[in-house]
Design a binder for this molecule. Structure first.
Ligand code: ZN
Length: 314
């Protein structure tokens, strides 16, 4: 769930990202290189953190169902690829009770497994519209003046009842890390931030090497590549959604407020907001086999297209 989605649309950047990946004319085709060796699948929320809630279901259960389906599909079709899950049951990662600590563990799992792609799966929410009805009237007492001039008055005021209406917003969005969090991503890529996961662990002494200016430049360049690759795979996800009957919102990037796991993972990273649980038809879709399978297939197809692109295969 991501509230306040006032976002920067990145279609022009996507266009650049896509065009930059086209092979130049006359380029010699290289044999397939396995660049996508490890994929991290992160089912959002879990345990005491149920995420967004609908009329009869919650985000944590839906994200887990889609994550497991996606992982199974990838394991079956890409036997050379290692699939790592941040959680495979209804608990938060590591059985933790605090969702903030669990978020740090999600990134730690991704980085320690040297993931080549991080896919977070979430379910969206939005503010519900309200209906305003006058259901009666009541007398209200109020006072004017001070001391001896103080006077008591009564007036009739309406009794208003607000009724929450079902939302009508539908569709799928994919996020990459926030514009303002690029430096944080570089730090994650460089691996130099002391105890960045807040788990009370000392950074491995071998990381001291990464303090050099050369290492920082390298991390910055690598982060730029991860940005392009994140846009590429995010664009593929939305492209696949557009091939269904669902609304494809496109790829989004917030200006400043980050989605922590996206900036803390030292790899290309995306977050798919699969649908809006606040909308009855969407809640039904997200809980159905058809909906979960369709969403799974869209993300799966995007990963396969991304792999073909970066590995140069067909
Ligand atoms: Zn969420």
């Amino acid at each position: 769930m991501l509230r306040n989605i006032f976002l920067t649309l990145l279609y022009p950047v996507i266009f650049c990202a896509f065009t930059s990946f086209k092979a130049a004319p006359g380029t010699i085709k290289h044999a397939r290189q396995h660049k996508l060796k490890t994929i991290i699948i992160d089912a959002g929320h879990g345990g005491p953190d149920e995420g967004a809630v609908g009329e009869y279901s919650n985000e944590a259960d839906i994200t887990l169902a889609i994550a497991l389906k996606l992982g199974k599909l990838l394991e079956d079709s890409l036997p050379d690829c290692k699939i790592v899950y941040t959680r495979k049951d209804h608990d938060l990662p590591g059985g933790l009770m605090d969702h903030n600590v669990a978020n740090r563990l999600r990134a730690k799992i991704a980085n320690e497994n040297h993931g080549d792609l991080f896919i977070a799966i979430h379910v969206n929410d939005s503010n519900h519209p309200y209906k305003k009805d006058i259901v009666g009237h009541k007398q209200e007492t109020y006072y004017t003046g001070k001391g001896k001039k103080r006077k008591k008055h009564t007036r009739t005021v309406p009794i208003i009842r607000y009724t929450k209406l079902p939302a009508t917003v539908t569709g799928t969005q994919t996020y990459i890390w926030a514009v303002g969090k690029n430096d944080k991503k570089i730090e994650a890529v460089n691996g130099q931030e002391e105890d960045m996961f807040g788990l009370g662990e000392k950074v491995d002494s071998t990381f001291q090497y990464f303090d050099s200016p050369e290492a920082k430049i390298l991390a910055s360049l690598r982060t730029q590549k991860y940005f392009n690759n994140s846009l590429l795979v995010a664009g593929y996800v939305q492209d696949e959604i557009a091939n269904t009957s669902r609304r494809s919102w496109g790829v989004f990037q917030r200006d400043w407020e980050g989605i922590w796991v996206l900036q803390a993972t030292a790899m290309p990273s995306i977050l798919v907001e699969t649908g809006f649980i606040c909308t009855p038809s969407e809640e039904e879709y997200l809980n159905s086999e058809k909906g979960q399978n369709e969403m799974t297939n869209c993300i799966y197809n995007a990963v396969i297209r991304y792999r073909q692109n970066i590995e140069g295969g067909r």
